[in-house]
Design a binder for this molecule. Structure first.
Ligand code: GDP
Length: 452
């Protein structure tokens, strides 16, 4: 029997004594159960007061509400019985339903059915759990927005023009004999550009949402000896990282919690981002810095402003700015060691500072607070899970690669761009939760309580 062929029952209100308690029943047997328990089938969508009986004995006067599927929260017939809030009465009602053929619902099974029957997408199903669990106004509002807004709708808007473009490409690739006018690179690029902008909003929204909940992750990056550890100490106002005049001392990641202008942040000091690191420990440090770069909402590029930039500095700058741009992270350039610059003005754009004298440190803190806080926007609350955010970031990269193909091969881009597009679309479907594997569903719904 498939899930939706059975009829499930559970107490939907907390156990214990209260004024009222509600038993929820979902599935094809709702009307049959209503007849067995209430002696009649209640009129749909109308609260009806009726006497509920178990094996002929009157248990309570209840308010019964019946909804015919599929336009119901679970996508199937639904019956809610509101009784007096006595645990004994409510238990009798659940047992009466079980005797009449229903099965006890598993945790989150009502919501799972809503997902299976297409009434909610996976992000919305998760939002149901978040909404009930949320403490505090902001968390509650965010969960409600996710439930209402639906990531699915946002993804559908991204997906539709991409599907159209893929279809147009495929018909030309599969039927060269048909003599269909070729697509120009510009025609193909436009929907990709729009899709990339929308995805970027969702991805950076996720980063900002997480930053608001948990505090932004702020990483310090730069060439060895640029003064990352010293700046971390200056920002924290105390000695934490080991500074040393020898390049390459910071081999591990140091994470420190701090608060700037009321905004919680996690400051992360990383090993120098440079190739050709000497020992294995240092190579590991560089690898960790690169991973940290992938998880930061704010990247601070620390530049040694006391000397001209060398090739390695340029490389580090390119790596850090590219990673920040790809992930929608904010980039702050800290021009450190200005005390050694001998009165020269700062080389290039950035915040002039000195970890040694404390010059510019307050401004750096303000910039971090501003970048880590971020303004509210629509994309912010839609995407809430790390797995989804990673898939969308990957889809974004695929779309970027498709656009690169178009730009780089004006006459032979179709094949490769179509491949990238297919991959991006499958990542979007994955994020939308279409055909999510059973174990993923089990994990999500097992966290729900019974009756939800
Ligand atoms: P990291 O490798 O980027 O973490 O660099 P460190 O913080 O260990 O600093 C490397 C060297 O530069 C140390 O000797 C620091 O004392 C020195 N240093 C760091 N910041 C400043 C600064 O603003 N001014 C001066 N004069 N020296 C600095």
């Amino acid at each position: 029997m498939t899930a939706t062929e059975t009829t499930i029952v559970a107490l939907a209100t907390p156990p214990g004594r209260s004024a009222l308690g509600t038993v929820r029943i979902s599935g094809p047997m709702c009307l049959e159960l209503a007849r067995a328990l209430l002696g009649t089938a209640p009129e749909p969508r109308r609260a009806t007061a009726l006497t509920l009986r178990r094996k002929g004995t009157a248990i309570d006067r209840v308010v019964a509400t019946y909804w015919a599927g599929p336009s119901t929260p679970t996508g199937e017939d639904l019956l809610e019985l509101s009784a007096h809030g006595s645990p004994e009465i409510l238990r009798e009602i659940v047992e009466a339903a079980l005797e009449a053929g229903a099965r006890a619902a598993a945790p989150g099974e009502f919501t799972r059915r809503a997902y299976v029957n297409g009434r909610l997408d996976l992000a919305q199903a998760r939002a149901v759990g978040d909404l009930i669990a949320a403490r505090g106004k902001a968390a509650r509002a965010a969960a409600f927005k996710r439930l209402e807004g639906g990531l699915g709708d946002a993804l559908d808007k991204v997906r539709a023009p991409l599907l159209e473009l893929l279809a147009a490409l495929e018909v030309r690739l599969d039927h060269p004999e048909e003599d269909i006018a070729p697509l120009s690179g510009g025609e193909a690029d436009l929907p990709l550009e729009h899709a990339a902008a929308s995805l970027q909003r969702l991805v950076s929204g996720y980063a900002r949402g997480r930053a608001r909940r948990e505090g932004a992750r702020v990483g310090l990056f730069g060439s060895p000896n640029a003064g990352k550890s010293s700046l971390l100490n200056a920002l924290l106002g105390r000695e934490r990282a080991i500074t040393s005049p020898e390049p390459g001392t910071t081999r591990d990641l140091l994470e420190e919690q701090a608060e700037f202008s009321g905004a919680p942040v996690t400051l992360i000091d990383t090993a120098g981002l440079h190739g050709g690191a000497a020992g294995p420990a240092e190579r590991e440090g560089v690898a960790r810095a690169e991973r940290a770069l992938e998880s930061c909402e704010v990247a601070i590029l620390v530049v040694d402003a006391s000397r001209p930039a060398n090739e390695q500095d340029e490389q580090v700058r390119a790596t850090v700015s590219a990673a920040a741009a790809r992930r929608g992270a904010r980039l702050i350039v800290a021009l450190n060691k200005m005390d050694l610059a001998g009165g020269r003005s700062a080389p290039g754009e950035g915040l002039a500072c000195s970890a040694l004298t404390g010059e510019g440190i307050a401004q750096l803190e303000a910039a971090i607070a501003a970048a880590g806080g971020g303004a509210d926007d629509e994309g912010e609350t839609l995407l809430d899970d790390a797995r989804g955010a990673a898939a969308l970031a990957e889809a974004l990269a695929e779309i970027g690669a498709a656009r690169t193909e178009i730009a780089a091969r004006p006459n032979a881009w179709e094949d490769r761009a179509a491949d990238r597009l297919r991959r991006a679309l499958s990542l979007l479907n994955e994020t939308r939760g279409d055909g999510a594997p059973e174990d993923v569903l089990d994990e999500i719904f097992s966290k729900f309580c019974v009756g939800k």
